[in-house]
Design a protein around this ligand. Sequence first.
Ligand SMILES: *Cc1c(COP(=O)(O)O)cnc(C)c1O
Length: 230
Amino acid sequence: MKMISEKIKIVQERMNNAALKCGRDVSGIKLMAVTKTRTADEINEAVKFADLIGENRVQEAALKKNNLILNNKKLHLIGHLQANKARKAIEIFDAIDTIDSVELAIRINRICGEFNKIMPVLIEVNTSGELNKTGIEPEKFFELLDNVLECKNLKLNGLMTVGPISDDEKIIRNSFATLRKMAEEARVKTGLELKILSMGMSGDFEYAILEGSTLIRIGSLIFGERNYNI
Ligand SMILES: *Cc1c(COP(=O)(O)O)cnc(C)c1O
């Protein structure tokens, strides 16, 4: 078994190669360790080498958080957020990367107002059109964008997507290119930086980097396969 540090090193080398391939500076690409199903000990090891941490579920993160040594690395919510967990999510997470409806944006904005808090957020877009995926449909993105910008307690930093389930390079890259183009259009429209393009996971992060990803979310390449039964 390779250590977590070695596995992260391998991912970083692959990030480097992908960046070289398209003439990008790898320092503009962040590595998020995705820690669902992982123990606090495993996460604390990964924290030393990753740029930030992503958890999918509010409840799971709540149970683990007291045992985490985050050393100022940010904890992001990267799973779908149910309305009734919004308050808890705002208490636990440093950022919410999965804004996918007007209702959710308005609710988070209102609760952040109560806490006097500004929440960094990403809008999650369903670029693949797969029915089992969360994220706003691309056709509704600009309406959601307008609404998010009305929410004064939300700070929109960019967009996120989950790539399609496919082995076809073209199909995968198309999905990531869609997100990049949406961000470009949104920048022109709003004048905002929207620097973060959160796209790419263990199976497709190199394609995501070639399409402009600035944040890759890696779980199994760092920690091994997940076992949801434990
Ligand atoms: C689980 C998960 C990841 C990491 O997946 P791996 O394939 O294990 O790297 C990334 N993003 C999201 C939204 C996830 O749910």
